[in-house]
Write a protein that binds this ligand. Structure first.
Ligand code: SR1
Ligand code: MG
Length: 390
C-alpha cells in the first residue's frame, strides 16, 4: 500500500506527532465516514473546547472496497483546491490546519456544530436564509479568480498543469456522464423505474446530448471547480446568531466548465423538491436555482471590471454567462439521472416510504433538462418544467 492507513486508535498519536494537539491533553476520536470515497475522523478533548477533523484518502473507493482501486493522490487535488478557495472565499470553507501528502491526510476545522445540508433538507428543514446565495457567490469567486478573466494567460496555464485530476474526472465521466445511459455493472435502480431505465438506454437523442455535455466536461477548461458540489458537500448552521455555510470535499476539483458546479447544486435541490412533494412538506427547492444563479451572476459581474484581459468585452460577458447557464441546466439533468439509475443514489429518494413516483418524476425531469437545455433560458422555464410533471 505504501502508506499507513490510520485507524481510530492511531489518530491521537498522529495529531500529537504532527503538532496539531498539545501533549498531555486527552483526545477522543470517532469515525464519521459518510461519503462514498474517504474516511473521516473527529477528534475532541474532554470538555469539547478543542476539536479537529481528519480526512484520509484510502487507496480505493471506501464504499466499494479494494475491488475499486483509486489513487490516494486525490487528496492532493483536494488540498490544492482548498488553497485556491482560501485566497478568494476563505469564509466559505473549513479552516485547513495542515495537509500531509505522505499519508494523504488533511487536518481541518471540525464542523460538527453544523449540519450537512442534505441531512437538514431530508428532515424537512428550509435551506436557511443565505445558503443558496453563498453557494452562488462561492462558485463565482472561485471560478472568476481561476479563469482567464481573473488570471494572466501564463498563470492560467500553470494552474491547468497542476490541477489535472485524471482519476476523479474519469469517475465523473463514467458514473455521471456515460454509465447511466449504457448497460453497466455499476448501475442499479428500483424495479419501479425499470421501464424508464431501459428507455433511457435506448434513447439516441438523449445519448447524443449527454455526449455533448460529457465532451464539454472533458474539454471546457473555464475555471477551477469544486467538482462535486452536491448538498452532501455543504454544511449549514448558525454561529453566534449568524447563518453559516461551508463547502467541503473538493477532491473532484479540476479546471472545467463552470456550469458543472452550479448544475450539481441545482440537481440536488430539484431532487429535494421531489422528496418534499412526495412527503407533502416544504417546497422551496426550485427557488434555490434563482437564488444561487442571481448571486453567482451578480458576483461574477461585480468582479468583471477587475479582469486582467480587457479584450473580453461586456458583450462577451453576457454571452459567456448564457453559456454557463445552459451548461448548468444540462449538467443538472445528468446529475439527476445518475442519482436514480446510476451507481450512487441519494437518500433524498431512497429513504422515501415509496420512492417510485418521485424517482420517475425525477428521471423525467432530468431528461427534459438535458435535451431541452437550449430552450430553458431562465429560472421560470425550469420551474415551469417541474410543475407539469406532477
Ligand atoms: C465512485 S464515487 C461515486 C460518487 O461519489 C462522489 O461523491 C461523487 O459524487 C461520485 O460521483
Ligand atoms: Mg464527497
Amino acid at each position: 500500500m505504501g502508506y499507513r492507513v490510520l485507524e481510530t486508535d492511531d489518530i491521537p498519536a498522529y495529531l500529537r506527532e504532527r503538532g496539531h494537539w498539545p501533549d498531555g491533553e486527552e483526545i477522543t476520536v470517532r469515525e464519521v465516514s459518510d461519503g462514498n470515497i474517504n474516511r473521516v475522523f473527529l477528534a475532541s478533548n474532554a470538555d469539547g473546547t478543542r476539536g479537529l477533523a481528519l480526512k484520509q484518502a484510502l487507496p480505493w473507493v471506501r464504499v466499494a472496497g479494494p475491488s475499486w482501486p483509486l489513487s490516494p493522490d486525490r487528496a492532493d487535488a483536494e488540498a490544492r483546491a482548498y488553497e485556491q478557495v482560501a485566497k478568494v472565499a476563505p469564509d466559505k470553507i473549513p479552516a485547513i490546519h495542515g495537509y500531509d501528502p505522505e499519508h494523504h491526510a488533511l487536518v481541518m476545522e471540525d464542523l460538527s456544530d453544523l449540519e450537512v445540508l442534505r441531512t437538514a433538507l431530508n428532515e424537512g428543514a428550509p435551506y436557511g436564509p443565505h445558503t443558496s446565495a453563498r453557494i452562488g457567490e462561492f462558485v463565482a469567486q472561485l471560478t472568476f479568480a481561476t479563469s482567464d478573466f481573473g488570471m494572466s494567460s501564463a498563470d492560467r496555464k500553470a494552474l491547468l498543469a497542476v490541477s489535472v485530476n485524471p482519476e476523479l474526472c474519469k469517475i465523473t465521466e463514467d458514473v455521471v456522464l456515460s454509465e447511466p445511459y449504457i448497460e453497466h455493472e455499476h448501475n442499479h435502480w428500483h424495479e419501479g423505474v425499470d421501464d424508464l431505465a431501459s428507455e433511457f438506454r435506448a434513447d439516441d437523442r438523449l445519448r447524443t446530448e449527454v455526449a455533448d455535455l460529457r465532451h464539454t466536461f472533458m474539454t471546457g477548461a473555464q475555471a477551477l471547480l469544486h467538482g462535486d458540489l452536491h448538498t452532501g458537500s455543504i454544511m449549514v448552521g448558525e454561529r453566534e446568531g449568524a447563518p453559516v455555510v461551508r463547502v467541503f470535499d473538493p477532491e473532484f476539483s479540476f479546471v472545467g466548465p463552470i456550469g458543472y458546479d452550479l448544475g450539481l447544486y441545482w440537481a440536488n435541490a430539484l431532487v429535494s423538491e421531489e422528496r418534499a412533494r412526495a412527503l407533502d412538506t416544504l417546497t422551496d427547492h426550485p427557488e434555490q436555482l434563482r437564488l444561487s444563479w442571481e448571486a453567482f451572476e451578480t458576483e461574477f459581474r461585480r468582479l468583471w471590471p477587475a479582469r486582467v484581459d480587457t479584450f473580453f468585452d461586456d458583450a462577451y460577458l453576457d454571452r459567456f454567462l448564457r453559456r454557463v447557464w445552459t451548461d448548468a441546466v444540462g449538467f443538472a439533468g445528468t446529475e439527476i439521472v445518475r442519482r436514480v439509475i446510476g451507481f450512487a443514489h441519494l437518500t433524498d429518494l431512497t429513504t422515501l416510504p415509496d420512492p417510485v413516483a418521485a424517482s420517475r418524476r425525477t428521471l423525467l425531469l432530468g431528461r427534459e433538462l438535458i435535451v431541452r437545455r437550449g430552450e430553458l433560458t431562465d429560472v421560470a422555464a425550469v420551474r415551469a418544467l417541474v410543475d407539469p410533471l406532477a
